[in-house]
Design a protein around this ligand. Sequence first.
Ligand SMILES: Cc1cc2nc3c(=O)[nH]c(=O)nc-3n(C[C@H](O)[C@H](O)[C@H](O)COP(=O)(O)O)c2cc1C
Length: 192
Amino acid sequence: MKVLVAYASRHGATQGIAERIASTLRGDGLEVDDRPASSIKRLDGYDAFVIGSAAYMFHWLGEALDFVHRNRAALAGKPVWLFSSGPLRTEPLNAKGVDQKVAAIPKEIDGLVAEVRAREHRVFFGAYAADRKPIGLAERFMALMPAAREGLPTGDFRDWPEIEVWAASIAAALHATPVAEAASTRAGDPAR
Ligand SMILES: Cc1cc2nc3c(=O)[nH]c(=O)nc-3n(C[C@H](O)[C@H](O)[C@H](O)COP(=O)(O)O)c2cc1C
């Protein structure tokens, strides 16, 4: 069974998560390609997909959204898992007492899950270094106005054991689903 891990990443944190997912799947006996979503032209030959994006200003990056939208028909016929990389704290609750990962769910996720009938969407903690070259309007603004980034914690908050456990659960699901059945077996009400 061949799996494609497609990702959109501005500064590498999400790419690192995608690479760890891919290496865990390989360690569990699957054939895996991991590539930036913007570079993928064809989906032929893949039996399952893991698609992830960094979250910026409560949205997935455009390259990941484009990838899902333009391949929606092919993806909806195969097992798909989605992930987002975002929150920059490891405390479970934010200042308002809301679960950080729930608060960080990008706005389009419900629509994407429905569009490709994804089996699951997960949010993982991300990483941020304040001294990196700014990309995008918000980061350029923060570079000019350092006070604007005061609420943004710096550091690498990625939880590698959590990421590996999730990837292993994907491998287990794929091993339990013969390729011929993969396209037709779906969770009736996809979870987030
Ligand atoms: C300007 C800016 C906006 C951000 N917006 C969000 C957001 O809305 N939700 C979230 O969970 N994380 C947000 N983050 C954190 C990033 O998603 C996190 O740093 C992510 O891991 C970056 O991934 P990348 O290195 O692959 O680009 C933001 C970070 C910056 C610098």
